[in-house]
Ligand binder design. Structure first.
Ligand code: FES
Length: 365
């Protein structure tokens, strides 16, 4: 028994040392030089070998969605690698379906450029631009959520669909050595092309620490976008079920701005889940939407109220009310935004009521 334990420890130790040596060798000895990157067959770039595909694309001002700052934990940065790219790494497997693996999809943040490569990316990503902006306003919405309003510099304009998101560049700061990007949904009206409103909740991570502890009004920031296939579908007239928790309210507010400004009178009910009355925000703006959009109804529902709160509104999680209020899927579609747990629960519930994939749009974060 003792021999087995010693042998296992020696093998584990040896493997660990080998892995460290290989990583160090890759970083210090390996010099891949310059490599050719061909995108969509007709665009050629000479890029630094050894860097990740994601950072090489950013260097060329080609922006791929990347909500985790290249850490391999969001699964957003998928591109199709037609040639080069080597073996799929274990860190990518969690995020790639069998279908995607068959179609040569890779996580660009994990895939290193060690040889010439050919890749394919959706043409619309070439329209994603980087914008310089000034922080015009920072306002506390709750004890953990700040509203950040950005004004694009020199009259620049951004075209986006209500529901889409941008990526905010997180610079190095005291306690964070590396630049990073984080995705935030746009909360403002798509008609105001010079401003972007974001709601950013504090999590203690590098991006939210930067926003909550370092960012000031008047600071210059960089954003890129717009991104995302979660957006208001204009060509429909179905009743809308809108559901959000926490900062998931952002894209829903952008959709409501759009509906108010375009005098859209589709029936729409917005279920907003929070814990206590202190977690509700932008109530005046929502009141304005209630006055402006003829068939719009707002149902805030709180899951942790006590008698002290004197709350007379709806109680419980959003799914409790959806279960009760929605009889069937007839002529309805749903827009959901919030945590993966909330979205999974609500999607399951809606599907039981007859909703199909085509009638459920969601943005998990
Ligand atoms: S998985 Fe998040 S950027 Fe690649």
């Amino acid at each position: 028994m003792e021999t087995i334990i010693i042998t296992t420890a020696v093998v584990t130790g040896f493997t660990g040392i080998l892995a460290i040596l290989l990583t160090l060798a890759d970083r210090t000895i390996a010099n891949y030089g310059e490599k050719k990157l061909v995108i969509n067959e007709d665009r050629e770039y000479i890029v630094k070998g050894g860097s990740t595909l994601l950072s090489a694309l950013i260097e060329e001002k080609i922006f791929i969605p990347s909500a985790c700052g290249g850490k391999g934990t969001c699964g957003y940065c998928k591109v199709k690698v037609l040639e080069g790219g080597g073996q799929v790494l274990p860190t990518e497997l969690t995020w790639l379906t069998e279908e995607e693996l068959k179609n040569s999809m890779r996580l660009s943040c994990q895939c290193k450029i060690k040889e010439d490569m050919k890749i394919y990316i959706p043409e619309e990503l070439f329209n994603v631009r980087e914008y310089e902006a000034t922080v015009e306003l920072i306002e506390d919405m709750t004890s953990v959520i700040k509203k950040v309003r950005l004004r694009l510099s020199e009259g620049a304009e951004i075209d986006f669909k209500p529901g889409q998101y941008i990526q905010l560049k997180i610079p190095a700061y005291d306690g964070n050595d590396e630049e990073d990007y984080r995705a935030y949904s746009i909360a403002s009206s798509p008609h105001d092309k010079n401003h972007i409103d974001l709601y950013i909740g504090y999590t203690g991570g590098t991006a939210t620490t930067y926003v909550h502890k370092f960012l000031k009004e008047g600071d210059k920031v960089y954003i890129n976008g717009p991104y995302g296939d979660f957006y208001y579908h204009d060509n429909r007239d179905k009743e809308m079920i809108l559901v959000a928790v926490g900062t998931g309210i952002a894209p829903i507010l952008s959709i409501l701005h759009y509906m108010a400004e375009n005098e859209i009178d589709r029936k729409a009910t917005f279920y907003f889940g929070a814990r206590t009355p202190d977690d509700l925000f932008e109530l005046d703006l929502i009141k304005y939407f209630e006055e402006k959009i003829p068939n719009f109804k707002f149902i805030p529902t709180l899951s942790r109220v006590t008698e002290e709160h004197k709350w007379t509104g709806a109680r419980g999680r959003v799914n409790v009310h959806l279960e009760k209020d929605i009889e069937n899927a007839d002529n309805k579609e749903a827009y959901l935004c919030g945590s993966p747990a909330m979205i999974d629960t609500v999607v399951e519930l809606l599907k039981k009521k007859g909703f199909t994939d085509e009638n459920i749009f969601y943005d998990k974060f």
